[in-house]
Design a protein around this ligand. Structure first.
Ligand SMILES: CC(C)(COP(=O)(O)OP(=O)(O)OC[C@H]1O[C@@H](n2cnc3c(N)ncnc32)[C@H](O)[C@@H]1OP(=O)(O)O)[C@@H](O)C(=O)NCCC(=O)NCCS
Length: 331
């Protein structure tokens, strides 16, 4: 049975840097508060006219070069995003059009911070069954146009940033490389702990001026609840995935963590005795870019020589839903 291997990684972030001090001019917050609670120093915001599809396409150009393949070899595009350029038909068709890949399969996955991990799991399943040999998985997010730049929304606004990252996933017959194990979970009873309530198809009409005025169209979060679940669920799923793979936590050479809050990752590493040299945190530069985060961290870790071919690499993430999971692959 073929296995899924990542042959190319790409990322794109907009040039516009927004610092904590920039935000403190718009709302009651400080650089000190944000750095201490989250580890974030700055994030990127798209300029007018930049789309999520365009960012994904730019990241794909980089990944194709690394994979050394023609873009026409891509047979399917899976787009993970919570911020599609338009409400429907989803983001993947727009990315496909940007890449001029008409005819290939396209699909969106709406799983927020675990969207990229779930998308990799789908790509892995498609490749194992022989349906496709080359799948492009993208994570592309524009948060900056949907945040509340006032004190009321400060807890959420300071943590999110824009960006995109992609993996080129390909079939391999080499048993010493590719995905080894995957562990995925969700718990819908916490769906409203981190969500955007409106517009909502359950409302008649689905969006009103009153809803906008009340701030129900902005993301809302029970921060402490998210935090306490994240620090419990991450070690749990990492252990479970290692057990499925028949390896120990210490056998994993490098961990790619979602970047929601530096403290969450520090807790997880402490709980599992993972040394700092086996991870890379770049939340200080980009904030939380949700579905784009895993490939962005992977890209930078590869560039720094922290992830090398042959290494056992783990991907671990927790996010809205709640959803969480881990994937282990021989890089
Ligand atoms: C958001 C988060 C940083 C807030 O940190 P916290 O220590 O839990 O802070 P609290 O929510 O308890 O708020 C503490 C105080 O800071 C204030 N505060 C919230 N955001 C603030 C900001 N950006 N700047 C200044 N003060 C802020 C609160 O209003 C509160 O004030 P009060 O004590 O007067 O009521 C933290 O809960 C977190 O990171 N949670 C997980 C978020 C996450 O991972 N989200 C994405 C999941 S994928």
């Amino acid at each position: 049975m073929p296995r899924m291997k990542v042959t190319g990684v790409g990322m794109y972030v907009p040039d516009r840097v927004v610092t904590n001090n920039d935000l403190s001019k718009l709302m009651d917050t400080t650089d000190e508060w944000i750095v201490m609670r989250t580890g974030i120093k700055e994030r990127r915001y798209v300029p007018d006219g930049m789309t999520g599809a365009e960012m994904a396409a730019r990241a794909t150009d980089i990944a194709l070069k690394e994979a050394g393949i023609e873009k026409k070899q891509i047979e399917a595009i899976i787009s993970a995003t919570l911020s599609p350029d338009h409400t429907f038909p989803g983001m993947a068709p727009f990315i496909q059009d940007k890449l001029d890949l008409g005819g290939c399969a396209v699909m969106d996955i709406r799983n927020q911070c675990t969207g990229f991990l779930y998308s990799m799991a789908v790509a892995d399943a498609w490749i194992r069954t022989g349906l496709f040999k080359t799948v492009l998985v993208t994570g592309s997010e524009i948060h900056s146009t949907a945040l509340e730049f006032e004190t009321r929304g400060r807890d959420v606004t300071v943590i999110f940033g824009d960006g995109a990252g992609v993996f080129i996933c390909q079939a391999t017959d080499d048993e010493n490389t590719g995905v080894i194990a995957t562990d995925l979970h969700g718990e819908g009873k916490y769906a409203k702990a981190l969500w955007v309530e409106a517009e909502g198809q359950v409302f008649h009409p689905r969006l009103t001026h009153k809803m906008l005025w009340e701030g129900r169209a902005f993301p809302r979060m029970k921060g402490q609840l998210v935090f306490t679940h994240a620090i419990r669920r991450l070690p749990e799923t990492m252990n479970a995935c290692c057990a499925k793979a028949g390896v120990k936590i210490e056998d994993v050479d490098f961990w790619v963590f979602h970047q929601a809050n530096l403290r969450i990752n520090e807790f997880a590493c402490q709980a599992l005795s993972i040394p700092p040299n086996k991870t890379l945190n770049n939340i200080d530069k980009y904030g939380n870019t949700t579905a784009a985060t895993l490939p962005i961290v992977t890209y930078e870790a590869q560039k720094k020589g922290l992830i090398k071919r042959g290494m056992l690499v783990g991907f671990a993430t927790f996010g809205a839903g709640f959803t969480w999971g881990t994937m282990l692959m021989r890089w």
